[in-house]
Design a protein around this ligand. Structure first.
Ligand code: PMP
Length: 392
């Protein structure tokens, strides 16, 4: 690995904060008990798990019984969407139903919802406007008498757009429809009070806020009928079987507590660096445009399209210069399919393929940002010169 790497891909993942690692380590060694065991060692692990659950509940402003630990956001999104869909049957409803999701969701939401197709559910995908905002009116217009779930992410992993979630949730509440949000990218950038947001279900993933990979949580409001997806040994109050990964769960709670504690300074720092990247690149690189709303966006997200420049050679050239960035979503990098999010906001395939996502983090420095700006501007000029000369 390149030690001098300038890491600008914090939407893909973040490094584990050393304070988070310290909090986790005892649960890999001396506090290794199974939290379901009745003896002292088990009770000690249970204490760590209980602490983590209470900490998360406090930060989200909910009951600790409303938190279900998962293996990450993918599982939490699947549990929420399939859980509500199957939950209808638990209430004696007819099979099938209707689900409304935004067209710019993460694949774990899109695919989980899509899988219900086989079981007689119908989907409406609500398109955002050209800035990536999903209008509450558009959500309201998509509803049907049999709509059982609305799922709209709080902030986009690709273009960073922050949705008017409170207004969308109000629409859901007025109609008695369950409201889910994938808050993965918003965690650590925005406070996540589930009552203020008005949501019934909310998804988190620890590795996006300086916690470990492979652990996440689903908030599920008490009373929302959910059919649990993972059956097993009765853990998580029978809602998700499998021995809890106590170390990772403690890491997740520690990371979110730190994110809240340091929210203001992290937001101020990343916003300054983000604005510098946007302003300088738009000024220095001809034919560049910003994707996503200019103000209603995550404080760390930059998503730019450079006319006539393909994302793949751009990323490879930046990689050679030690800059880690992304084009489209990291989860689909490699497929080179143009991003569904960029297409949904009206970019054609060529423009969508030419996008560059830079997501800054709490530990990036101004010097790194300045070096990245230099490199990006010169790499684009070189790619364009080669293209013009017929070499690319
Ligand atoms: N939702 C969003 C918005 C994401 O950005 C991601 C990660 N790219 C996920 C869900 C899935 O998270 P995980 O890989 O931790 O399951």
């Amino acid at each position: 690995m390149n030690d001098a790497c300038i890491y600008l891909d914090h939407a893909a993942t973040t490094p584990v904060d050393p304070r988070v690692l310290d909090a986790m380590l005892p649960f890999f060694s001396e506090r290794y008990g199974n939290p379901s065991s009745v003896y002292d060692l088990g009770r000690d692990a249970r204490a760590g798990l209980d602490w983590a659950r209470e900490t998360l509940a406090h930060l989200l402003n909910c009951q600790s019984s409303e938190i279900i630990m998962t293996s990450g956001a993918t599982e939490a999104n699947n549990a929420a969407i399939k859980g509500v869909a199957w939950g209808r049957r638990l209430q004696g409803e007819q099979p099938g139903g209707h689900i409304v999701i935004s067209a710019i969701e993460h694949p774990s939401v899109l695919q989980a919802a899509g899988s219900l197709d086989l079981h007689g559910f119908e989907m409406t995908h609500v398109l955002p406007d050209k800035d990536g905002i999903v209008a509450p009116d558009a959500v309201a217009a998509a509803l049907r008498p049999d709509t059982c779930l609305i799922s709209v992410m709080l902030a986009s992993n690709e273009i960073g757009t922050i949705q008017p979630l409170q207004d969308i949730a109000r629409v859901a509440r007025e109609r008695g429809i369950a409201m889910h949000t994938d808050a993965v990218q918003a965690a650590g950038a925005l406070p996540l009070d589930v009552d203020l947001l008005g949501v019934d279900l909310l998804t988190l993933s620890a590795h996006k806020f300086y916690g470990p990979k492979g652990v996440g949580a689903l908030y599920a409001r008490q009373g929302v009928p959910l059919a649990w997806q993972q059956h097993g040994g009765g853990q998580e109050n029978t809602r998700r079987g499998g021995t809890e990964n106590v170390a990772l769960i403690v890491g997740m709670a520690t990371a979110l507590a730190l994110a809240y504690h340091e929210l203001e300074e992290r937001v101020a720092h990343t916003r300054t660096l983000r604005d510098r990247l946007i302003d300088e690149l738009l000024e220095r690189v001809p034919d560049a445009r910003l994707n996503g709303h200019a103000e209603r966006r995550l404080p760390n997200n930059v998503n730019l399209t450079f006319g006539g420049v393909d994302g793949e050679p751009l990323l490879l050239s930046l990689d050679m210069l030690g800059i880690a960035a992304s084009s489209g979503s990291a989860c689909s990098t490699g497929s080179m399919e143009p991003s569904h999010v960029l297409r949904a906001i009206g970019l054609d395939d060529g423009m969508a393929r030419g996008s560059l996502r830079l997501t800054v983090g709490k530990d990036n420095t101004r010097d790194e940002i300045d070096r990245a700006i230099e490199s990006i501007a010169s790499v684009i000029a070189r790619i364009r010169a080669l293209t013009a000369a017929g070499y690319a």
